[in-house]
Design a protein around this ligand. Structure first.
Ligand SMILES: C[S@@+](CC[C@H](N)C(=O)[O-])C[C@H]1O[C@@H](n2cnc3c(N)ncnc32)[C@H](O)[C@@H]1O
Length: 241
């Protein structure tokens, strides 16, 4: 067990790997072609029964999991993982130039220095659901942190997710800053292939990013409401396109 504990701890620190905690995170990683390098269950038969009930497409992949029992599983995760399953997966490489050059109208979501890992996960989850082209983040938070993967239910494997420099070139895509005081969001307002930029939870978009933006768009809100939660703002915007 101590070797497995060390392996999972090592994976949490390794920027090439990701730790998936919980059945849904593992399910989506398997479903969207994630390279799972280690799959650990408290009880393999229990997790297979869960898969049979909720996601039969992944039942077979769980058969080869390493079984460790409840006590050992509790040491592998900070918060008990749904279905008592943990995996180590390789992070897919993201080619930023390819992502930006994608000619389809699908937008790219850019999160400027998000702070809360759960919010990053929520944004990745809705971006995957809405079939966005990618989620890019700036700032120190690791978008592939296990807590962000929990928030996305493992949907990081469904689209490119990467951290980029603050001033990363965005190719020929129009840059749209989502911020109050902009043009009201509505049908036809967002251009095709946009990079949709959302600000940090506390301070919103930086002046630098707003100065670079080709357009500023706001989600109309009732008077007195200051702002929407970051994940909610991303969801409303993506589904308005
Ligand atoms: C929690 S909000 C930031 C609130 C921050 N105090 C501010 O003044 O912008 C996080 C991000 O969600 C987006 N957002 C939230 N509400 C919005 C709205 N009504 N219109 C456009 N963007 C919004 C913005 O990109 C914002 O930077």
């Amino acid at each position: 067990m101590s070797a497995l504990l060390e392996e999972v701890r090592g994976a949490r620190r390794d920027p090439a790997l990701a730790v998936l905690e919980g059945f849904h995170a593992v399910k989506h990683a398997l479903r969207f072609g994630g390279r799972i390098e280690r799959l650990v269950c408290a009880d393999v038969a229990d997790v297979q029964a869960l898969a049979d009930a909720l996601a039969p497409d992944v039942t077979e992949a769980i058969a080869g999991a390493h079984e460790v029992g409840d006590e050992a599983m509790a040491q592998l995760t900070a918060v008990p993982a749904t279905g008592h399953v943990v995996a180590i997966a390789r992070r897919p490489a993201v080619d930023l130039i390819d992502v930006l050059a994608d000619p389809s109208p699908r937008p790219v979501v850019l999160l400027e220095a998000p702070r809360r890992l759960g919010n990053i996960g929520a944004c990745v989850r809705v971006a995957a659901a809405a079939d966005a082209a990618a989620v890019l983040t700036t700032g120190p938070a690791d978008p592939w942190h296990a807590d962000a993967l929990r928030g996305s239910a493992g949907l990081h494997f469904a689209l490119p997710v990467a951290r980029v420099e603050d001033d990363a070139p965005l190719g020929d895509r129009p840059l749209v800053g989502l911020a109050t005081g902009g043009q009201p969001l509505g049908p036809g307002v967002l251009p095709a292939r946009a990079v949709l930029a959302f600000g940090t939870e506390r301070h919103g978009l930086s002046d630098e990013l707003l100065a670079r933006a080709d357009a500023r768009v706001e989600i109309p809100m009732r008077a007195g409401v200051s702002s929407l939660n970051l994940g909610t703002a991303v969801a409303v915007t993506l589904y308005a396109t």
